[in-house]
Design a protein around this ligand. Structure first.
Ligand SMILES: *Cc1c(COP(=O)(O)O)cnc(C)c1O
Length: 480
């Protein structure tokens, strides 16, 4: 129905819920013919969002759902600033450069330049792309110079990769070689990774904070194995660390863990400013160990800020607000503040992990909690006689407003259905207690089932479980 047939045209006095517009379906295909009032348009859009999960009850997301009022104001006030207009807003470019410096130093860069080498990104996805492209171009330049073919690049990663790496492989046509994760080998096996490398390998990508499990690949062991491998073969296969989550956890909670630029072959690292960097979406960062590792073809230097700052990125225009948010958090929190917040997220996670571990129906996937998230499955014995799956628990919890995702693990482990909790700034002990109480009572109800649920029947038949698709942090959907 179009508004030109409208009997009662809207005016400034029209009561919102007394308007024809509110009796009309929301536009889905075509631009409405006529304007409406701002209040009515606002309500139509706003009201449509109410049926969704409240961000604070969203235990699926890794992304920031709480910032303090100062940060929120700063970001709202900068909502009309385009980051790319560096001539007009040179201070924002400078703040971005400072954030890059701070992260580079947090990750022990050896770079001596005043402005460390890195880039602002829309999230880890863009940051991973940039790190991957740089590795590809460095490899290609070397192959070209040596007069060798450069048409079959590949990279190596575990099957626990986040979906961005599949995109990277597809968009740039770079072969992705995956090291299987197994029940015994829950993180990237360095030796198995090296077996997949050859002269066409542009890099190996270990993950700090695997999206599927919360675990860390052992970057130090990989670096050590790679040193021997590169010596033996004469190659120089480097490492890009996908530290989307871990890049903001390990430096504060495991300062002695060597995963960053302290390691020889780690040449670039990406992270999400909007995950444990504690900024609202979307913000990512990628840092290179030194200017020499960022191919000049990717970098566009600007010098009107009184210093050379390298400009790298896929987007041209982009919001500036997140840069202000990140810089604010760095100033507001400092090292100690970040440490305290990450410590709390981790303690709350450990508490949830231990309470879940106490339930006879459940089994934690790993005894370790190294990032503020963990997964669990049904206990093996219990699973043999259960009439439900964790997908049913997800549905039940959702009825009380919680989003706690259930999913099957990647290749080789697809028979394991897990459930995941991510704790972030804003997840209090009290919230976790409420969630645990609801989990217990939902399980109690599921235990009373006389007949198996639909997902249980599919599971027993070894079929793909038909379940509502949702984003669980970019774990890949199963291949068709
Ligand atoms: C979340 C995530 C990404 C993608 O990050 P975005 O910031 O959402 O673009 C990449 N890799 C890993 C390991 C992740 O957890």
């Amino acid at each position: 129905m179009e508004t030109k047939d409208q009997k009662r045209p809207e005016t400034a006095e029209t009561p919102i819920y007394g308007s024809d517009k509110m009796l009309t379906p929301a536009p889905e295909q075509y631009l409405p013919q006529m304007p409406t009032t701002g209040e009515i348009a606002y309500r139509m859009v706003k009201d449509e969002t109410y049926a969704q999960t409240q961000p604070m009850l969203n235990f699926a997301t890794f992304v920031t759902t709480y910032m303090d009022d100062y940060a929120t104001n700063l970001m709202n006030e900068a909502i009309n600033i385009n980051y790319i207009d560096e001539t007009e807003y040179p201070r924002i470019a400078k703040m971005s450069g400072r954030c890059i410096n701070i992260l580079a130093n947090l990750w022990h860069t050896p770079e001596k330049n005043q402005w460390k080498t890195g880039a602002l990104a829309g999230g880890s996805s863009e940051a991973c792309m940039l790190g991957g492209v740089a590795a590809w171009l460095r490899w290609r330049d070397k192959r070209k110079a040596a007069g060798k073919p450069y048409d079959k690049p590949n990279f190596v990663i575990s099957t626990g990769f986040q979906v961005v790496w599949e995109k990277f492989a597809q968009l740039w046509q770079i072969e992705m070689r995956t090291v299987p994760l197994t029940r015994e080998k829950t993180t990237l096996d360095p030796e198995a990774a090296l077996k997949m490398c050859d002269e066409n390998t542009i890099c190996i990508v270990p993950i700090l904070g695997v999206t599927w499990t919360g675990l860390n690949d052992d970057v130090e062991a990989l670096d050590k194995a790679l040193e021997a491998y590169n010596k033996k073969t004469g190659y120089d296969v480097p490492i890009h660390v996908d530290a989307a989550s871990g890049g903001f956890i390990a430096p504060f909670l495991q300062p002695d863990l060597k995963w960053d630029f302290r390691l020889k072959w780690v040449l670039s690292i990406s992270t999400s400013g909007h995950k444990f960097g504690l900024v609202y979406p979307g913000l990512g960062w990628v840092i290179w160990k030194d200017r020499q590792y960022l191919p000049s073809t990717m970098s566009f230097s600007v010098n009107y800020l009184g210093a050379e700052i390298a400009q790298v990125g896929l987007n041209f225009s982009r919001p500036a607000a997140q840069v202000l948010g990140q810089y604010y958090q760095f100033i507001r929190l400092g090292f100690k503040g970040y440490k305290d917040i990450q410590y709390n997220s981790m303690e709350v996670t450990r508490y949830a992990h231990s309470e879940i571990g106490k339930m006879k129906q459940f089994k934690n996937y790993s005894p370790d909690v190294v990032n503020p998230l963990f997964i669990w499955s049904l206990d093996d014995d219990y699973n043999k006689k259960a009439k439900w799956t964790l997908f049913d628990l997800q549905d039940k919890l959702q009825r009380s407003g919680w989003m706690v995702p259930a999913y099957t693990l990647p290749d080789n482990l697809t028979d394991i259905v897990v459930m995941r909790i991510v704790c972030r700034q804003g997840t209090s002990r009290d919230t976790i207690d409420m969630l645990l109480a609801d989990i217990r009572s939902c399980v109690e109800e599921l235990e009373k089932l006389e007949y198996p649920t639909e997902t249980r029947i599919s599971y027993e038949k070894g079929e793909k479980i038909k379940h509502r698709i949702f984003n669980h942090g970019g774990c890949r959907k199963e291949k068709k």
